[in-house]
Design a protein around this ligand. Sequence first.
Ligand SMILES: [Zn+2]
Ligand SMILES: [Zn+2]
Length: 177
Amino acid sequence: MTNALSRGVGRLEEGTGDAGPKPIAFLDGGCTCGAVRYRLHGRPMFVQCCHCHRCQRETGSAFVISAAIEADRVALMSGKPQPVSVLAPSGRPHDVYRCPACQVALWGEFGRRGVLLFVRVGTLDDPAALPPDAHIFTSSKLPWVTLPPDVPAFEAYFDREKVWPAASLARRRAIGE
Ligand SMILES: [Zn+2]
Ligand SMILES: [Zn+2]
C-alpha cells in the first residue's frame, strides 16, 4: 500500500472476483506548478476520450480524457482552480477550471449546477488508472491514433442510457443530472 499511496493512488483490497472494474479508494492529481492538488474519492461514473476538434484545439493535442464524477467526490487539497467560461457547442455554459498560477485545466463543468465535474484524467498522478470507457467524436480523430478494438467508439456522441453502466446512471440521477 505504501508504494501505491506514494503514487497518489489508493486501491481497495480486491473483491470476490465480481465482474467489472476494481474499486478505487482515491486518486490524487494536480496542476503542473503544484499549487492545485485534488483527490477523487472513488471511481468516476464514466471516462470518455473526446477526439473533437475543440478538445484538440484546447489542449494542442489529439484528444481530451474526461472522468465524470460527482463534485462532492472531488476534494481540493490545496489551491483554488478558477473558472474560465467558454460556450459549449450546445449553447450551455461550460466552465473550465484552471490553476490560477500555471493555467493547467483540471476539470470542466456544464450548466453551473456545481454537482457534476469532468476531471481531466491527464492531470492525475497516475492517468493510467482511468482508461476510457468510450471514445467519442471519432469522426475528427487524428488519423494516426489507433483505437483499441474492445472499447466502444462513436463518430459523434452516444445515447448515455445505452452506454453508461446502470450503476453510473443511477449515480448521475441521484445528483439530478
Ligand atoms: Zn498550477
Ligand atoms: Zn471534445
